[in-house]
Design a protein around this ligand. Structure first.
Ligand SMILES: Cc1cc2nc3c(=O)[nH]c(=O)nc-3n(C[C@H](O)[C@H](O)[C@H](O)COP(=O)(O)O)c2cc1C
Length: 169
């Protein structure tokens, strides 16, 4: 089954992460929400959303533009994972917060959410995206920890792929 990545990116960090995640999958489509809006989201059952945090804990602006359409999508029967770009040094009190808004809405809409990760190798004060000591998705900090990015993506993408395969069998 084809997996789809929907992301937005202001300074191309999230775009790069989306591309790297895609390499782990045989069948994958990538959509830039700034170009396609929320169209096509409903066409897929296996979805990865990329939502960076901007402007002190807010979703990046192109996500905000699709937010009301996004909230009207029925995610029942869909399996979804989320990733977020953030900056733990300059925004230690709102680190990767945006992921939580997307997570909350997906949960409300009945999505099966996979891909939680450990907070162990990060250093921040507070993040809305942490539940029970785990991030609700993959967090990448290209500003301060670019040397950890490839391994974080590889480990996460492998796990997501396995969970999605299990889901379809
Ligand atoms: C104006 C501005 C505000 C930001 N606010 C936050 C924030 O509140 N929390 C956070 O974790 N990162 C924040 N960031 C960091 C971005 O998420 C980070 O730079 C990320 O790599 C951007 O990637 P993208 O443009 O490809 O989405 C902010 C960046 C900018 C420029």
């Amino acid at each position: 089954m084809t997996t789809a990545i929907f992301y937005t990116s202001q300074c191309n960090h999230a775009k790069g992460v989306a591309k790297k995640i895609s390499k782990a999958f045989d069948e994958i489509r990538i959509f830039d929400i700034a170009v396609t809006g929320s169209e096509y989201i409903n066409d897929f059952k296996h979805i990865i959303f990329g939502v960076s945090t901007s402007n002190h804990g807010e979703m990046q602006k192109d996500w905000q533009k699709i937010w009301s359409d996004f909230k009207s999508i029925d995610f029942k029967g869909k399996t979804v994972a989320i990733f977020s770009l953030g900056d733990q040094v300059n925004y230690p009190d709102e680190f990767a917060d945006a992921m939580k808004y997307v997570y909350d809405d997906l949960l409300k809409s009945g999505a099966n959410i996979i891909g939680f990760t450990s907070t162990d190798s990060y250093n921040f004060n507070s993040s809305k995206a942490v539940i029970d000591d785990k991030f609700v998705g993959l967090v990448i900090d290209e500003v301060n920890q670019p040397h950890l990015t490839d391994k974080r993506i590889q480990d996460w993408a492998d796990k997501i792929k396995e969970d999605l395969q299990h889901e379809s069998s």
